[in-house]
Design a protein around this ligand. Structure first.
Ligand SMILES: Nc1nc2c(c(=O)[nH]1)N[C@H]1C(S)=C(S)[C@@H](COP(=O)(O)OP(=O)(O)OC[C@H]3O[C@@H](n4cnc5c(N)ncnc54)[C@H](O)[C@@H]3O)O[C@H]1N2
Ligand code: MOO
Length: 405
């Protein structure tokens, strides 16, 4: 491709990437495996909860009419622990010992907490007059059978899973996880923990991209590191296709160097290129296409470029596959603490420290160095300042759009 080919605006590239992407199908998973998954259907309760009038306290089930005037002494006729209701009926002048969660026996309409009673053998004296109906949870207080309590697209967490369990769903319909194959490329790369040769470095992009995929609700197929060798790289790509990966993410080799083979290899395997080279910094060499049913996202090798591109393109892609909103990074505004020069044609994502005052006002301080190899700065950054193409110079104190990290 010619060196000065027009660069595609970020928003247009994103639109083109997402255009023909549809939510993946759904699958059923046991409750115990559903944490973090996206609910695929609205969920109605199979139960009414509580299913019966239940005592909210440990104490005595009484007829309110019997305890309007206190002290009132009643005769104990039985016991109702949780899970074992009392089968008889409470008549005038009688009471049943009851525990939290037990069904309130027939005839009784009020529970007196045990602290407000005295007892001698089978004689129970109520010392304080309760309100009518006190300490009883009505049937259906929480929810009723048929109530739609969880809606499709909910990300299941500890609260929604507790509710789904209470609704008596042992198995939940969830969006299928996108399978994301991740392939690093480059003779210079060695797996973390390995022994790099004198001209080698540690492959870092994998770790971050895999974590992002998992955070987004995807599953990672780790294809490891391919050397800069057409045949070996092609065999890795075929593994992704054979595994029916929904997405293949390649790391590095996306640019124009003699050893940047990724696009040639993918082309040889039949990839249709959707676009290459975006008007953004970092991340210019980003490439997208598809290989049969596998979406391909070629991320640039520079670690910061890789991660910024993944934030802006991979995250929204996975969100759409999972039927989730949030397909655009949400922009906030912050006050910048340094002058920013006029921007060129590439949308800039400037790594910056972020601080927030007690009133929630955000301030960003750009790092003076913006080299796209510097993970130490990215790890410290709280935000990316977004500088649209040809943005005029900004002064310290101006408000600028940011992506919060
Ligand atoms: N003549 C030009 N050279 C470059 C251009 C250009 O437009 N013309 N673009 C530059 C930009 S911008 C970027 S970004 C890089 C991206 O290049 P590649 O995607 O081909 O990446 P590589 O060349 O393979 O690697 C770049 C850099 O990143 C390191 N790297 C690669 N993979 C990993 C990994 N998994 N973990 C850690 N580090 C990795 C690699 O060692 C290189 O240092 O191209 C510029 N060049
Ligand atoms: O993505 Mo490249 O950094 O613009 O270094």
């Amino acid at each position: 491709m010619a060196g000065n080919a027009p660069l595609i605006p970020v928003s247009e590239a994103l639109e083109r990437l997402l255009k023909d992407v549809h939510p993946l199908g759904r699958e059923n998973v046991p409750l115990s495996a559903a944490n973090g998954r996206i609910l695929a259907l609205d969920l109605a309760s199979k139960r009414t909860q509580p299913p019966f009038a239940a005592s909210a306290m440990d104490g005595y089930a009484v007829r309110h009419a019997d305890v309007i005037e206190v002290p009132a002494t009643l005769t104990l006729i039985g016991e109702a622990p949780a899970g074992h209701g009392f089968t008889g009926t409470v008549q005038k002048g009688e009471t049943v010992r009851i525990f939290t969660g037990a069904p309130v026996p027939k005839g009784a309409d009020t529970v007196v907490i045990q602290e407000n009673t005295g007892r001698e053998g089978s004689q129970v004296t109520v010392l304080e007059a309760p309100k009518p109906g006190a300490n009883i949870r009505a049937p259906g207080l929480d929810f009723a059978e048929g109530d739609l309590l969880l809606s499709a697209r909910t990300r299941l967490d500890y609260r929604s899973l507790s509710l789904a369990a209470a609704m008596n769903h042992a198995v939940l319909p969830v969006q299928r996880k996108p399978l994301v194959a991740v392939l690093a490329t480059g003779d210079e790369l060695v797996t973390p923990g390995g022994e790099p040769g004198p001209d080698q470095i540690i492959a870092s992009n994998h770790a971050g991209i895999a974590a992002m995929v998992e955070d987004c609700g995807g599953a990672v197929l780790d294809l490891g590191i391919s050397p800069d060798d057409v045949g070996i790289m092609a065999s890795h790509v075929r593994r992704a296709v054979e595994a029916k990966a929904d997405v293949l993410v390649t790391l590095g080799g996306a640019s124009v160097g003699d050893h940047d083979l990724v696009q040639d290899v993918l082309g040889g395997e039949g990839m249709e290129l959707a676009f290459w080279k975006i008007a953004m910094r970092p991340g210019k060499p980003l490439m997208a296409g598809h290989l049969g049913g596998t979406k391909v996202l070629g991320l640039p090798g520079n670690p910061v470029s890789s991660i910024v591109c993944a934030l802006l393109f991979l995250k929204p892609l996975l969100a759409k596959m999972l039927n989730q909103p949030g397909q655009n990074e949400r922009l906030l505004e912050a006050m910048v603490t340094a002058d920013l020069r006029e921007n060129d044609r590439r949308q800039d994502y400037i790594r910056a420290l972020l601080s927030e005052d007690a009133d929630g006002r955000l301030t960003v301080s750009p790092f003076p160095t913006q080299d796209s190899s510097m993970l130490s700065l990215l790890a410290r950054a709280g935000a990316l300042i977004v500088r649209p193409p040809h943005a005029p110079a900004a002064k310290s104190g101006d408000r600028v759009p940011i992506v919060r990290l």
